[in-house]
Structure formats: structure tokens, C-alpha cells
Design a protein around this ligand. Structure first.
Ligand code: PEP
Ligand code: MN
Length: 337
């Protein structure tokens, strides 16, 4: 069960609720967000307890939650959350399209790409400055220089960006540059990183781990939420299966399933989800049809010479075609661009 204190609750009132819960033998997870204080109550349900707590001063509501993830669950909040980055809203009526290269390579590459994808209809750009590559010998990213390029591009082209943070010690530094952070698949269960991001009031995309169940993914989101950061967007990016014809198996059932279990917005990454350029267009369409709140797509001016993930990157023409072909589907599911 979760106890939500109202915004005007005093420190004494919050303490009193905690004292009572302890007296009744419950464990408490205390979460002080910017907007509200939440007490996660751990222990067996006892008759009459919910009603007693609800009657206490400063308590807004008591929510019984059966799922292991509490703050992320639909039981806790029935309406889909909206996560805002500048003018971009995840979880609202508009489909969010994020596009850009896998890795930031140069200012020229970023500005060219940002202009092209914006013209084609993207409302946000992506680009990795820290690249968690499978091989230590592969390009690792431009690091802080890459963040500077992203920020400069964003100002010049007038479009916000998202970028990955891989190290808990670098969260604050990356957040100084970026309006939205990304936790990559390989770090989905890096709980130290999740907790650091949870302490910020900064939107974050949480990618599904390579072999994570939906429950594990939502529990990872819970780590961020329970630290007080409620601006989490989930991202399905494919999971590891026995299939080798694609880089990953894009699990589109995760979209309606996660939406049923959680109020968090969810987007789909068909680039990492398939690893193959020709599959990005059809799987983007399927993701929108399945109810995804957005897409994140790798686009490069010259995929053949990309320093990472060229085989799954679209060129500008490919992205423009995708945006044209996807528009009727966006409207068919009752959304707009
Ligand atoms: C990325 O989006 O740049 C990335 C590395 O993706 P993932 O973490 O899903 O592999
Ligand atoms: Mn990539």
C-alpha cells in the first residue's frame, strides 16, 4: 500500500503517520518528491489500517497496490502520465518522433541531421556522447565534447535532445547539458545510476534491458520514481531471443502490456529493436498501430560511414519516406504529429 501525503502536509503530520505505521509493525519507504511525499508501506495488510491512515491529518489518499511496482502502476495512477521536454509531450495526443545518429561524431553531422529530421517532422533529436559499446575497441563516443555539440545543435536548430548517461558519477554533469536523459538497455538494472537519476527533476527515457522481463523493467522505473523523479518514459528496444536474423526481437506486445500495467508513457526503438535498416519503416508503423506514444529512430547523413550502428540507420530520404508513410497510421489510431 502507498500513502500519499497532501501538498500542505506538515513535517509533524508526516512523522505522525510514520510513527503509527511503525507501531503497527510496517516497514516504510520514504520518498520526498518535489511535489509530494509518498510513504511506501511494506508488510501484510491488516484490517482497518487503511481507513485509520486515511483519516489522519495531511493524508491525501491511501492506495492498495498488489503489483510489486507501486508508483509505476496503473493502480496508483489511472491516467497516463505526461512527460514534457520543452514543447514536446510524451503520453499526450501527439506522437513524439525522436531521430538522430547513434553517436555524435561532429558538429557538422549533428546540425545537418537535426535540420533534416526536423524538416521531415521529428520534434526531438538524439545522439550518444557516451557509447556503451559491446566491444571495448569500438568508438566510445566524444564524451563531454559530444554534449557541447548536442547543446549547440539544439540551440541552433531549435529542437530539444535526449542523450545517454552511463555513469552514476556523471549524471549531474550530463544533466547540466541535456533536457532529457537516457538509460540504455545495458544499464537498465544499474541501480546506482537509476537512484542518481531519481534524485533529479529531469525527464528520462528508460530502455528495456536486453533480457529483462516487463516486471523487471517496471521495477527499474520504480527505482527512479521512488527517489522522487516522476518523469519517466519507457522504451521498448528489442530483447534477446534465439533468433539471429535480427539484432534483437522487437517485442511489440510490450507496448499494450506495459500500458495496461503502468501509467508511464512508452516509446519504441525499431532501430536497435531490429538492427536492420529495411525493418525500421514497417516496425515503426506497427509500433504506432500498437499504441506507442512515440518512436526513437537512428538517422545518419551517410549510414555507410557511421561510426556506430550504420546498418540500422536510415539516411535522410529513408526518414522522410518513413514520416510520410506513417502519417495516415498516426491519424488512424486517433493521434496527430
Ligand atoms: C542507443 O540508443 O544509443 C543505445 C545504445 O541503445 P540501447 O541501449 O537500446 O542498446
Ligand atoms: Mn545505436
Amino acid at each position: 500500500m502507498i500513502v500519499v501525503m497532501n501538498q500542505e502536509a506538515t513535517a509533524d503530520q508526516i512523522q505522525h503517520v510514520q510513527d503509527k505505521l511503525k507501531e503497527w509493525g510496517f516497514g516504510i519507504h520514504f520518498s520526498q518528491g518535489v511535489e509530494r511525499t509518498i510513504l511506501g508501506v511494506i508488510g501484510q495488510k491488516k484490517p482497518g489500517v487503511m481507513e485509520s491512515i486515511e483519516a489522519m491529518d495531511g493524508v491525501e489518499k491511501v492506495v492498495p497496490i498488489l503489483q510489486p511496482f507501486k508508483l509505476a502502476s496503473r493502480e496508483f495512477q489511472s491516467a497516463t502520465s505526461e512527460v514534457q521536454v520543452g514543447d514536446v509531450v510524451f503520453g499526450g495526443p501527439k506522437l513524439v518522433v525522436i531521430a538522430g545518429p547513434c553517436a555524435v561524431e561532429s558538429e557538422e553531422q549533428m546540425v545537418m541531421t537535426a535540420k533534416a529530421v526536423k524538416r521531415a517532422g521529428a520534434t526531438m533529436i538524439r545522439g550518444g556522447a557516451f557509447k556503451p559499446r559491446t566491444s571495448p575497441y569500438a568508438f566510445q563516443g566524444l564524451e563531454e565534447e559530444g554534449l557541447k555539440i548536442l547543446k549547440q545543435t539544439s540551440i541552433e536548430v531549435g529542437i530539444p535532445f535526449v542523450t545517454e548517461v552511463v555513469n552514476p558519477m556523471e549524471v549531474e554533469m550530463v544533466a547540466e547539458y541535456a533536457p532529457m536523459l537516457q538509460v540504455g538497455a545495458r544499464n537498465m538494472q544499474n541501480f546506482t545510476l537509476l537512484k542518481e537519476i531519481g534524485k533529479l527533476k529531469k525527464p528520462v527515457i528508460l530502455k528495456r534491458g536486453l533480457a529483462a522481463t516487463i516486471d523487471e523493467w517496471l521495477m527499474a522505473a520504480e527505482y527512479i520514481l521512488s527517489e522522487g523523479n516522476y518523469q519517466v518514459v519507457l522504451c521498448e528496444r528489442g530483447i534477446r531471443t534465439y533468433e539471429t536474423a535480427t539484432r534483437n526481437t522487437l517485442d511489440l506486445s510490450a507496448v499494450p502490456l506495459a500500458k495496461r500495467l503502468s501509467h508511464l508513457p512508452i516509446i519504441v526503438d525499431p532501430s536497435h529493436g531490429t538492427g536492420k535498416r529495411f525493418l525500421v519503416n514497417p516496425l515503426s508503423k506497427a509500433a504506432v498501430a500498437a499504441g506507442s506514444d512515440g518512436l526513437i529512430i537512428e538517422v545518419h547523413p551517410d549510414p555507410e560511414s557511421a561510426l556506430s550502428d550504420g546498418p540500422q540507420s536510415l539516411n535522410f530520404n529513408g526518414f522522410e519516406t518513413l514520416m510520410k508513410e506513417i502519417t495516415p497510421i498516426i491519424y488512424a489510431v486517433g493521434r496527430s504529429l
